[in-house]
Design a protein around this ligand. Structure first.
Ligand code: SF4
Ligand code: FES
Length: 371
């Protein structure tokens, strides 16, 4: 088989909007870019509403209202209402902090379809420490209760790493106790902020394998009650994941200031110009922005991806990880065992998981460091 030119892109399925980078938490694995955008640069409500209307007209099906903490926006109810009235399925991705029963009810009445609530640990001490927010445990649990009371489907999101991997079984119990329909057990993806914490967060492979066995057993036990999705650590995988569903294929991210991105870390790749929704319609961006075309399809690929039978399954993995770990975004994601860099990164992961380097850098507008 040979690589071929990409056909004109189908419409994006979803839109992920980072409404703000403001956030009460300080997660060690924060997926927002290293340079956070300040509140003064955020899009105003009318511009966000125009973006939602354009997304629906373009054919998108859902919008993830994310951040930072999206409810830090005072107009979150208004924005949710407009997204819903535009015909988009609306998902709120939240820390749950600051979302009381009244606000939850208002969001539901505005048309919110789904809530995704993060936990940093499966008990109070671990959760509050790893999220760097005292009292967040009680607030998160209260928000979960408001969501269930309002009749909204709830997903619990647990990002896993060396400091909480031993709690996978407890996360499953927590999700069942809270009445969630779905639990995401997602191992940390090591780019951006998480890359700076990699030596402290990388788990040993044996512990990862044990956590996979726990999840598989729970899937059988809880069939029909709780769906459990699991993302395993890239570095121990045989094949990479199709990051963002493939560059410029299914999703558009929009940053707080309106930059449209093919994935949340795209700005780490030099030489790409990302158009802003203030100046361009989403349709124009999707069809014409060279940055969205840069790694769309298979034409850009080198070996081993270029002739690989999986090239339209994982689309070569993650461009941002390829850049961060090999120095070139056009290389195969080194999570792939066919990548010439794979052995080196697995060896690095194993060494770091044994290193005992416990320096944790919490995310904040001002870096917080705890040794
Ligand atoms: Fe995916 Fe490239 Fe690895 Fe093939 S060689 S499995 S396309 S990353
Ligand atoms: Fe950018 Fe994976 S995060 S392609």
């Amino acid at each position: 088989m040979t690589a071929h030119s990409p056909p004109p892109p189908a419409p994006p399925i979803g839109l992920l909007v980072e409404l703000t980078h403001r956030c009460p938490l300080g997660c060690l694995y924060c997926s927002n870019p290293l340079a956070l955008e300040r509140p003064g640069a955020e899009l105003d409500g009318e511009t966000w509403k125009r973006v939602f209307s354009q997304a629906a007209a373009l054919g998108a099906l859902h919008v993830h209202l994310s951040g930072g903490e999206p409810t830090a926006r005072r107009d979150i109810v208004d924005l949710t209402r407009h997204a819903s009235q535009s015909g988009l399925y609306t998902n709120l991705i939240t820390s749950g902090i600051g979302v009381n029963e009244k606000l939850t009810q208002e969001l539901v009445e505005a048309g919110l379809d789904h809530a995704q609530l993060s936990f940093q640990g499966a008990d109070k001490e671990t959760n509050d420490r790893l999220g760097h927010y005292k009292g967040s445990w009680e607030r998160k649990r209260a928000f979960a209760a408001h969501v269930i009371k309002a009749g909204l489907p709830l997903t619990i999101n647990a990002v896993i790493h060396r400091a909480n991997l031993h709690q996978v079984a407890a996360f499953i119990d927590l999700a069942v106790e809270l009445g969630a329909r779905r639990l995401e057990v997602a191992h940390t993806q090591y780019y951006g902020w998480a890359l700076a914490n990699r030596a402290a967060l990388m788990p040993p492979k044996k512990q990862v394998d044990e956590s996979i066995a726990i999840v598989e057993a729970a899937r059988v036990r809880l069939k029909g009650e709780l769906v459990i999705d699991m993302v395993v650590p890239d570095y121990y995988a045989r094949y990479p994941k199709p990051c963002a569903g493939g560059w410029g294929r299914v999703a558009i991210n929009v940053s707080p200031s309106g930059k449209a991105l093919p994935c949340h870390a795209a700005e780490s790749i030099p030489g790409l110009e990302f158009w802003n929704v203030r100046d361009h319609s989403l349709s124009d961006i999707w069809l014409s922005n060279p940055a969205f075309k840069a790694f769309r399809g298979t034409e850009w690929m080198r070996e081993p991806c270029r002739s690989c039978e999986r090239r339209e399954i994982d689309w070569g993995g993650c461009r941002c990880q390829a850049l961060a770990l090999t120095g070139d975004a056009r290389n195969a994601d080194p999570a792939c065992h066919k990548s010439p860099d794979h052995e080196r990164i697995v060896a690095t992961a194993m060494a770091e998981s044994e290193s005992g380097d416990g320096v944790l850098r919490w995310r904040s507008y001002k870096e917080k460091v705890e040794a």
